[in-house]
Design a protein around this ligand. Sequence first.
Ligand code: AHG
Ligand code: MN
Ligand code: MN
Length: 341
Amino acid sequence: MNEKTDPAVIEPIITVQQHILQEQKRFPGASGEFSWLLSGITMATKMIQAKVRMAGLTDILGEWGTINVQGEVQQNLDIYSNEVLVHCLKVRESIGVLASEENEQAILVHGGSENANYAVVFDPLDGSSNIDVNVSVGTTFSILRRPDGVSLDEPEKWVLQPGSVQIAAGYVVYGSSTILVYSVGNGVHGFTLDPSIGAFILSHPDIKMPEQGPYYSVNEAYRDSFPTHYRNYIDHLRNGGLNHKYSSRYIGSMVADFHRTLLKGGVFLYPPTESNSEGKLRLLYEANPIAFLAEQAGGIATDGTRRVLDIQPNSIHQRTPIVVGSQAEMIEFERFASEAR
Ligand code: AHG
Ligand code: MN
Ligand code: MN
C-alpha cells in the first residue's frame, strides 16, 4: 500500500493562498504584499465564476450594446468581470497600475503611491462569444514589477515590458469546474475551486506539458489566408508526419484551448490571417501569460519568428500571432518556419 492509497495517511489540503505564501518566499522583501495582491485575483475570479454559473438564469446574457477599444461588442459579463477585477485589485496598496482588455488606457491607482510595486494586466473574460452557449470561458492575468525610474504620470510604461520579466502569470477557466493555474516562475500549479467551501484547492501540482500531444488547435475556417508554412505544417500534422495522425480541437476560448494543450500536449495556433495580419490575440494579457506558463511547464511559445516573451510591446492592446505547445510540435513548427525564411 503506498502513501496515496493508505487511508491512514492524510494528504494535506493546500489552498492557493497557502501555496502563494510559500511561493512568495522567493521574493525577498515581498513581506506578504504579493500574496495580498494575488488574493485580489482569487477573490475577483470567484465572483466572476459565480456570475458565469448564473448566466443562464439572469438577464445577464446578451450584448450590452457598447463597443470596446477592440471594436467588439461588449457583453454584460465582460463589463462585470472587468469591474470586479478593478474593484478587487485597486484596493491592494502594492498595485500601482491596472491595464485591461476592456479599458483603453492603463489606470493609475493610489495615485501611483511610492509603496506600489506592481502592475497587473488582464483579460477579464476571455472567449466571451461562448457565454451564451454554455461553453468554457476564462480570465487571464500577468503581473509585472514597476520598472525603475518610471514617473507616475506614465502608467503605460509600467506595463510595456517584455513578457520575460513577468513575475507571475496565470488564468482561470470557468469550465465544467473552475480551475486557477498560475506560476511565479517556479513551475506551474493548478487549483480547482471547491464550491462547497469557496476555496481553490491544489489539484494539479507542478504541471508539465507532455512532450507531444494528440491535437492541434486552430480556427481552420481561416486556413486559406494563413501563411503557406502554417498550412503546410497543419497538413503535416494531420497526415502523420510527426509520428501519428493528429486530431483537432478548437473551443474558441483561448484559455480553454490552452488549458487542454497544457494538460494533454499538442499545439495551439492563432496565425496571421487576412483580416488580422498580426493575429488576433493580444500580447500583454493573452499571449504573454500563456507563453510564460507554457515555458514554465516545459513547452515553447513563438509568434512564428521570435519567442513571444522576448517581444518588446509598443502599445497596451497590441496583437501578436502565437504558436504555443509541446516540445515535439514546436520544434517541428520551427523547422517549417525556418525553411520559409
Ligand atoms: P475575447 O473574448 O477576450 O475577446 O477573446 C476571444 C479570443 C480568444 O479567446 C479566442 O482564442 C479567439 O478569440 C477566437 O477567435 P476566432 O473566433 O477568430 O477563432
Ligand atoms: Mn481574450
Ligand atoms: Mn476578453
